[in-house]
Design a protein around this ligand. Structure first.
Ligand code: ZN
Ligand code: ZN
Length: 153
């Protein structure tokens, strides 16, 4: 089958297997891995996702069974997880991706630390600097500044 990276738009799932019309190329079935979700993560995330989709392909093409994450899937997943330590396959297609991507960078004007934030929290201060310089109390000099995370990076 073909194996390819997605374009930048595939963000809802880390990967998928499919067969039938709509498949690019002449092989009739393919595995597509999410470029935006997987490339920033360690290689084990890609291995785990690829292996997950290969189990779907094996159930469809070799066992010739219509099944999602059922008995055959779980049995094969458990076997693969038991015989190697490089990665763990799960039944989640989101693994190991967080459900939503952060929209903001919170930047401490004091120490320069950048942390990803999903929501803007007005008046929040850098915990590290408040602990280090102000005995754990909130101080205006450590109030975080926000910068939007660039889309599609
Ligand atoms: Zn799956
Ligand atoms: Zn700080």
């Amino acid at each position: 089958m073909s194996l390819r990276w997605s374009d930048k738009r595939l963000r809802r799932t880390a990967g998928f297997y499919r067969r039938g019309p709509g498949v690019v190329g002449d092989k009739g079935c393919e595995i597509v891995l999410s470029r935006p979700l997987l490339t920033p993560l360690p290689g084990s995330a890609t291995e785990s996702t690829l292996c997950h989709e290969m189990i779907h392909a094996w159930i469809d093409l070799v066992l010739d069974v219509r099944e999602g994450h059922g008995h055959n899937f779980c049995k094969r997943m458990a076997l693969i997880n038991a015989v190697q330590n490089g990665f763990q396959v799960t039944v989640r297609h989101q693994f190991p991706v967080p459900p939503s991507l952060p929209k903001w960078w919170a930047i401490c004007p004091n120490c320069g630390l950048r942390s990803p934030y999903k929501r803007l929290v007005r008046g929040a201060a850098c915990r590290k600097c408040c602990d280090a310089h102000y005995g754990g109390r909130w101080n205006a000099s450590c109030v975080l500044l926000y910068e939007p995370v660039e889309k599609g990076v």
